[in-house]
Design a protein around this ligand. Sequence first.
Ligand code: OAD
Length: 247
Amino acid sequence: MTVAHAAELIRTARSGLALTGAGVSAESGIPTFRGEGGLWTQYDPIKVASIEYFLADPSAYWKVSKDRGRVALAARPNGGHYALAALETSGRLVAVVTQNTDGLHQDSSTRNVIELHGSGRHVQCLDCGNREARSEVQARLDVEMPPRCRLCGGGFLKPTVVLFGEPLPKAAIQQALTLARQADVMLVVGSSLVVYPAADIPAVAVRSGAQLIVINAEPTPFDELAAVVVRGKSGEVLPEIVALIDG
Ligand code: OAD
């Protein structure tokens, strides 16, 4: 039984680390990027999610971001987020590293969340650096496109997320790689594992001796390296694992 095997590995973990991707929030109603119904099946990521295109045409970015932001702000954690929080509380996970910007790990009370791609909960003025809550800006997108800074009166606002062509927050990737080197169990949930440097994290963990567990709806390029692959929905599989551990 693959789920039982995964539960046994996690039960005995002392320095377990999780890496999550868009799939963990799919059951909260936020569409993934790749795969069925994914955002990148509708849009070219370089055109709507690169810093180069953002600077050339902020409205084009914001028109796509408006819908996704509305959905993400209304979303609530699902059983997968809560199960990861429970694994942290019981000492099996030291942190959850995420490529997601939706804040749902924090909402499910995970304490040590490392956001590799920033946070969608805030925006920042590209001129004066002032930060505002995304929810404030979301409320005025119907009348202001693209939104501009209210403090300096003119700068373009950009969500505090990492766009293609931008560097990852240095402290976040360094902390994640350090924890990956120390991990005895590396749990990857809901990520296609095709975007780097995020996908370096399980690679480093495996090279450093961690047992890799992949929980994903579809195959990933890392499945061959894994001690256990569980094909399924994280909102179902993760609570099942916690229930087996709590036994
Ligand atoms: P992807 O959209 O690339 O992959 C999501 C994965 O989750 C897919 O392999 C799905 O099969 C799987 N999946 C879908 N629903 C699931 C469920 N309920 N349970 C488990 N798995 C499920 O998302 P990421 O790997 O997070 O970056 O993408 C990485 C980065 O690419 C994102 O952070 C974003 C994107 O372009 C930037 O925008 C910089």
